[in-house]
Design a binder for this molecule. Structure first.
Ligand code: NAD
Length: 509
């Protein structure tokens, strides 16, 4: 008797690719194109090492009792101490200069009263990745993530998402993604600088402004992009021509106006268009938000300006609720307060703390997941009391949850269109760098609005099988003769646009 074929292991990547296979089946995607897209072009794994600094590690109160007689060491240069989100303190050389240092068995007491163990800095190795998924439509493009929970499997899924997203938003790029397995909040500024420079040193031979263009993602920002640019271009005679090696840079060094807010802005444009079609505006609409980082905070601020109210927000540290609406600019100020080391929403005076499980049950018009993937599970989908989900995050809804949401009639603006504003304005930044131009914020946002709404309308038409041409869009080449759910419609748009390249250009031999 023949043994049954083993069931393939379910991973984040296989889950993410379920929708690809469904759309590919529906449109009868060319067999060879399917093989090309099923796996990434390249999967790079490499290691980055760095020498860490000395740290002061706080003792638990019961351990600290052994040092009851230890007198306080005055710190004459408090700037030499860098407090980290994990409670440890980095001791920069100058911190204790000129102080009377009282050390007992490798421990000292700081003016905050706590006893700390002095732990000498050691070298550490970090695992780093860059997945280059597909470049049929242009150079690989995708973010750099610094997070503890990353893996090759996750980066494969995120890189493939970028291939679909760049096609949907009609920017001339393919898909890539990468980063480092690290919790950036547990490292000091100079340490992160060294790790980033070393990361780019290794990455340099694999990327280029016309080959693969990174951008910020979870745990990275414009400061990290600035370091990556410097490391890539250092010493090159034509270094200014290389500015397009990364996007998401500070506007003062070649970043685009509107890039920092672009992903949140794109989410808001989609939501606005969703309601506009029903003859409604955002005035008086309510929303809940998971993740108050780049995407979440900008998105919330823009929606509030449009007249919507934020009722509840959840981040890595906790959840807040205010039935009258949370004041978004005030919450942004709280999160950005230098004393708020974890950059957490917790501790904000303008709302009450609630449990995470209750967050998902807050009744509202819209829920915006803008944190990590896999957060809306089937169980969460059963409990949601919203009418619309707009996916700011990448892959926040599991395939099972998708089925539950469809059954419950909860509408969905899928990630590959909803959060495409970031990569769209990254493209504008890249063009500005190439042309040595500078566009105004109004110009950037006007282009972004057209691009987002045009492609979102095509996706809605594919979903309803309503082939038509309007002043703003033409969905006729993409409708497939039957209705499909919006996520599948978005994937159909991506696959048809990518397939055209292979079918018209052919395969290089
Ligand atoms: P960020 O690092 O600026 O913020 C992440 C936020 O998520 C923080 O508020 C953090 O506290 C919260 N968070 C982390 N883990 C959580 C958990 N387990 N539960 C609840 N909240 C948690 O990241 P970002 O740039 O805003 O990206 C957020 C999402 O949007 C990611 O999925 C990212 O891939 C996606 N995205 C970002 C961009 C961009 O331009 N930044 C573009 C497209 C998609």
């Amino acid at each position: 008797m023949r043994a049954p074929a083993p069931t393939p292991k379910r991973t984040v990547y296989t889950e993410a690719m379920e929708i690809f296979h469904r759309a590919a089946d529906l449109i009868g995607l060319d067999k060879r194109v399917r093989l090309e897209l099923e796996e990434p072009d390249y999967e790079h794994i490499f290691y980055v090492t760095a020498k860490l600094k000395d740290r002061l590690v706080p003792l638990a109160p019961e351990q600290a009792r052994d040092f009851a007689n230890l007198s306080v060491t005055q710190v004459r240069n408090p700037e030499g101490l860098e407090r980290l989100a994990d409670g440890k303190i980095i001791l920069n050389g100058r911190a204790l200069l000129g102080s009377d240092v009282n050390i007992s068995r490798g421990h000292l007491r700081l003016p905050d009263g706590n006893v700390y163990q002095l732990v000498p800095g050691e070298s550490q190795r970090f695992k780093a990745y860059r997945v280059q998924h597909n470049q049929a439509r242009g150079p690989y493009k995708g973010g750099i993530r610094y997070h503890r929970e990353v893996s090759l499997d996750l980066f494969k899924a995120l890189a493939a998402e970028m291939t679909w997203k760049t096609a949907i938003s009609e920017v001339p790029f393919g898909g890539g993604k990468g980063g480092i397995q690290i919790d950036p909040r547990s490292y000091g500024r100079e340490e992160l600088e060294n790790i980033t420079l070393r990361f780019m040193y290794r990455l340099k031979s694999l990327i280029g402004p016309n080959i693969d263009i990174p951008a910020p993602d979870v745990g990275t920002n414009g400061d990290i992009m600035a370091l990556m640019y410097r490391q890539y271009s250092d010493g090159e005679r034509e270094r200014h021509n290389l500015r397009g090696i990364v996007t998401g840079k500070d506007v003062r060094i070649g970043g685009s106006e509107g890039r920092a807010a672009a992903t949140g802005q794109g989410v808001a444009f989609c939501i606005e268009d969703y309601f506009a079609e029903k003859g409604e505006t955002l005035k008086g609409k309510t929303f809940t938000l998971q993740g108050f980082g780049n995407v979440g905070s900008h998105g919330a601020a823009i929606l509030q300006k449009m007249g919507a109210r934020l009722l509840a927000v959840n981040d890595a540290d906790g959840t807040l609720f205010n039935g009258d609406g949370i004041d978004v600019p005030a919450l942004i100020a709280h999160v950005n307060d230098p004393k708020n080391l974890r950059r957490s929403v917790l501790g904000f005076a303008g709302a009450q703390k609630i449990e995470k499980k209750d967050f998902w049950e807050v009744p509202a018009d819209i829920c915006i997941p803008a944190a990590l993937g896999g957060e809306i599970t089937a169980d969460v989908a059963e409990r949601l009391k919203v009418k619309l989900i707009a996916e700011g995050a990448n892959g926040p809804t599991t395939p099972e949850a998708d089925r539950v949401l469809q059954k419950r009639g909860i509408d969905m603006i899928p990630d590959i269109i909803a959060n495409a504003g970031g990569v769209t304005v990254s493209y504008y930044e890249w063009i500005q760098n190439k042309r040595m131009e500078r566009w105004s914020e109004a110009e950037v946002n006007q282009r972004l609005e057209h691009a987002m709404k045009r492609n979102y309308r095509i996706i809605r038409d594919i979903s309803r099988n309503q082939a038509r041409r309007s002043d703003t869009h033409d969905s006729r080449p993409f409708c497939i003769g039957k209705e499909v759910d919006p996520r599948c419609a978005a994937m159909i748009l991506a696959l048809k646009r990518i397939e055209a390249h292979y079918l018209l250009e052919g395969f290089s031999q």
